[in-house]
Write a protein that binds this ligand. Structure first.
Ligand code: OXD
Ligand code: MN
Length: 618
C-alpha cells in the first residue's frame, strides 16, 4: 500500500471489510482476474483505514439518479429549468477553487528534479508522502468514501486503461460517471488490463494553502498513484482526466512507445467520400472543443463537407504497422461554457441542452443557465456564478465555467468512437492564441520541424488555470501543464515516434486569433476554420498547393477564394510569414529550449538551426 495508515497501531477494519465485501464489481472482477480484484480490495481497505470515512460506496452502475437525488437534497446541485434543460443541474464551486492550480501540481519521484525538468514542480516521493499523510489522515471522518473504478478508451481496446478514483465528493463522482466509463460494462476490460492507476482525492477543508495535486508515477507497482487534496475543481480533482490520461499516461507512453496528447480528434468528410482524421493540440480554453465540434459554413456544407468528432480534449496515439491510430480515452466533455452560442458552436448548444452538469454558470429567474456570449443581452434578472444577484459588474458566469456531458449526446459522434483500434491520423495541428506573428496556417517541411513547431508554441494564458490571463508563455504542444516527465525527453519521444511511423502525419501551426492594429480579430474563426481544414485535407491527399516560406508551406491565397466576408487583402495578410518576426521568435524560443540543458535533443536543435538559417536567407 502507498501510505502507512496508522503507524504502529492496529485498527479494527472489519466494518470496512464487510462494506467492501458486498461489492458486485469486485466479485465479478474476481472471476476475470482474481489478482486485480484482491489488490483493489486491499487498496480500498488501506485507503479507508487512513481516511477513516463513515461508510464506503462502490460505484458499480452507470445509473446516476440516486447520486443526483442526494446531491439535490444537500444543495450540492441545483435543478435547472427542467422544460428548457431536462435532467440538467448547476453546481457552484467554492470561490477559491475554480481552475487548475499549476503551482500546487507536483510530479513526485525517488530520483531528482531532472526527472521532471524545468516546466514541472518536483518533490521527492518520501517528502510528498510526509506532507500528504497527515492531511489525508481521518479527513473523511463522518463522510462517505466513494470508490469509482473506471475505464478509459473504447471497451475492450488494448489501447485503453483502467483506473480507480477514491473520493469523498459526490460532484466528482457524478462528473467521473459522465467523462469515463463505469459500471458492469467495464469489468471485462478492467480485469483483462490486469492493473489500474489509483487516484485518491480528499476535499479536506479546501485550504488553498495546503492544496496538492500530486503524481507518483513510480508507485502502485509502477502504474501510478495520484493524490489530490484540498481542491474539488475538475482538472485538479477529476483524476481520470489531466492526472491519469495525460500526466501519468505521458510518462508510461514514453516507455511503452505510444503518445498521450492534449489533442482533439476529428474525421473530416469530403464531398467525394474521402475521410481525413486530424488531431489538434491547443491550450486550455483556446477553442479546441469548438474545433472538435466544427460545422461547415453553408457554402461548404452544401457541397458535402462535414466533420465528425472522436475527441475534444485528449487523444492517445498508438502506432500499428507504421500507422498512427488515435482513440479518445474519455467518454464525456468537460468543456468551457463562456462564448458558446448557437452562432459560435451550435453542436455544443444541442449537446448540452439536456443531461448536463453545469459548473459556475449564472442563472436567470426562470432557472435557465446563462453565460457571457450565450445571447446578445443579459436577462433582466440574473444570479452570478457565486449565487449573488448580478449587478452588471464583472462576469456573471465564471470565465472557466464548464459543462459536463456525455459524448453520446453529440449529434455528429464518429461511428469509430467505439472502435477499439482507433482511427488512422493524417495531420497534427498545433496552435493557440497569438494576436500577431503566427499566420493562419503553415505546414512544416518535415516531421522533425513539425516537432519543433509544436515545441515552439508560445501562447497567451487563459482562465483555465489560476494566475494572470493573457500572458505569453511557452506551452509546447499545449502540454506544458500536462507532461508527467521531463519535456526535453518528451520532445525526444516525439522525434522517435516519427521514426516509428511509415506514414507520418503532416504537422501544421494554426492561429485563429490574429488581431488588427485596433485589436479586432482578422479571421472570423469558428465554422470558417473549415476552409483551413479543407487545405489540410488537400495537402494530405496531394491535391492542394503550398508556397514555400522560411517556416514551412503556406496556402496560396486562391485556396480561400470562396470565403465570404473576408477581403482577399486580409487573407493575404493572414497568410503572410513575417520572416524577421520569426527570427526573433526563434531567438526567444532558444532561451526557453536552453532551460532544458543537455537533455534537450540535439536532433531538435538541428531542426531549429535549419529553420533559423532559412529565416536569414528567405
Ligand atoms: C481542461 C483544461 O479542462 O485543459 O480541458 O484545463
Ligand atoms: Mn484540456
Amino acid at each position: 500500500m502507498f501510505i502507512d495508515a496508522e503507524p504502529g497501531a492496529e485498527r479494527d477494519l472489519s466494518g470496512y471489510k464487510s462494506m467492501i465485501g458486498k461489492s458486485e464489481f469486485l466479485s465479478d472482477l474476481r472471476r476475470i482476474n482474481r489478482e486485480v480484484s484482491d489488490s483493489l480490495f486491499e487498496d480500498i481497505l488501506q485507503t479507508a483505514a487512513l481516511l477513516a470515512p463513515e461508510n464506503i460506496v462502490m460505484i458499480e452502475s452507470d445509473d446516476r439518479s440516486d447520486l443526483i437525488k442526494g446531491m439535490l437534497e444537500t444543495g450540492m446541485l441545483l435543478e435547472l429549468n427542467q422544460n428548457e434543460y431536462p435532467d440538467s443541474y448547476l453546481h457552484r464551486s467554492n470561490v477559491n477553487d475554480v481552475a487548475r492550480s499549476e503551482k500546487d501540481t507536483f510530479i513526485c519521484t525517488t530520483g531528482s528534479a531532472d526527472d521532471v525538468g524545468p516546466t514541472n514542480n518536483w518533490m521527492h516521493t518520501e517528502k510528498a508522502l510526509k506532507i500528504l499523510t497527515p492531511l489525508l489522515r481521518n479527513s473523511m471522518n463522518g463522510k462517505t468514501m466513494y470508490v469509482v473504478p473506471y475505464w478509459l478508451g473504447p471497451k475492450g481496446s488494448s489501447f485503453g486503461d483502467a483506473g480507480v478514483e477514491i473520493t469523498n465528493n459526490a460532484y466528482v463522482v457524478l462528473n467521473l460517471m459522465i467523462i469515463t466509463k463505469v459500471g458492469p460494462e467495464i469489468t471485462e476490460s478492467f480485469g483483462k488490463k490486469g492493473s489500474y492507476v489509483l487516484g485518491v482525492h480528499s476535499t479536506c477543508t479546501l485550504d488553498s494553502q495546503n492544496r496538492y495535486i500530486t503524481h507518483f508515477p513510480e508507485l502502485n507497482d509502477g502504474k501510478g498513484l495520484i493524490i489530490s487534496v484540498n481542491t474539488d475543481y475538475g482538472g485538479n480533482a477529476l483524476l481520470s482526466k489531466k492526472c491519469h490520461a495525460l500526466r501519468i499516461a505521458t510518462r508510461r507512453a514514453s516507455r511503452e512507445g505510444w503518445m498521450a496528447e492534449h489533442m482533439m480528434l476529428i474525421g473530416l468528410n469530403e464531398p467525394d467520400g474521402t475521410k481525413t482524421y486530424i488531431t489538434g493540440a491547443f491550450p486550455s480554453s483556446s477553442g479546441k472543443t469548438n474545433l472538435s465540434m466544427i460545422v461547415a459554413p453553408e457554402e461548404l456544407k452544401k457541397l458535402g463537407w462535414a466533420s465528425e468528432l472522436i475527441s475534444d480534449d485528449i487523444t492517445w496515439i498508438n502506432v500499428v504497422n507504421g500507422v498512427p491510430f488515435g482513440i479518445n480515452p474519455e467518454s464525456g466533455f468537460f468543456g468551457v461554457v463562456p462564448q458558446t452560442s448557437y452562432k459560435t458552436n451550435p453542436n455544443a448548444m444541442k449537446t448540452i441542452k439536456s443531461n448536463t452538469v453545469f459548473t459556475n454558470v449564472a442563472l436567470d429567474s426562470n432557472g435557465v443557465p446563462f453565460w457571457e456570449g450565450k445571447e446578445e443581452k443579459y436577462p433582466d434578472e440574473l444570479w452570478d456564478w457565486t449565487g449573488k444577484k448580478f449587478d452588471g459588474t464583472g462576469k456573471a458566469a465564471h470565465p472557466n465555467s464548464r459543462f459536463t456531458t456525455s459524448v453520446r449526446q453529440y449529434p455528429y459522434l464518429s461511428q469509430d468512437f467505439d472502435n477499439p483500434s482507433g482511427v488512422p491520423i493524417s495531420a497534427f495541428l498545433y496552435g493557440g492564441r497569438r494576436r500577431d506573428l503566427v499566420p493562419l496556417i503553415y505546414e512544416s517541411y518535415s516531421w522533425d520541424e513539425g516537432v519543433l513547431i509544436g515545441a515552439m508554441q508560445r501562447v497567451e494564458t487563459t482562465a483555465a488555470s489560476t494566475g494572470q490571463v493573457g500572458i505569453l508563455r511557452n506551452d509546447p504542444m499545449a502540454m506544458r501543464p500536462f507532461t508527467g516527465y521531463n519535456m526535453a525527453r518528451y520532445f525526444d519521444h516525439h522525434l522517435k515516434m516519427g521514426d516509428a511511423m511509415k506514414i507520418k502525419p503532416r504537422i501544421y501551426n494554426v492561429n485563429w486569433f490574429r488581431k488588427d492594429t485596433e485589436g479586432k480579430f482578422l479571421w472570423p474563426g469558428y465554422s470558417y476554420n473549415m476552409y483551413v481544414l479543407r487545405w489540410v485535407a488537400g495537402r494530405v491527399h496531394s491535391k492542394a498547393k503550398g508556397i514555400e516560406t522560411a517556416v514551412g508551406y503556406v496556402p496560396p491565397v486562391e485556396e480561400f477564394r470562396d470565403v465570404k466576408g473576408v477581403l482577399p487583402k486580409v487573407i493575404s495578410d493572414l497568410l503572410r510569414v513575417d520572416t524577421k518576426g520569426f527570427r526573433s521568435e526563434l531567438e526567444e524560443t532558444e532561451s526557453f529550449f536552453k532551460t532544458f540543458g543537455t537533455a534537450f535533443p540535439e536532433r531538435l536543435w538541428a531542426a531549429f538551426r535549419k529553420m533559423k538559417e532559412r529565416t536569414e536567407s528567405f
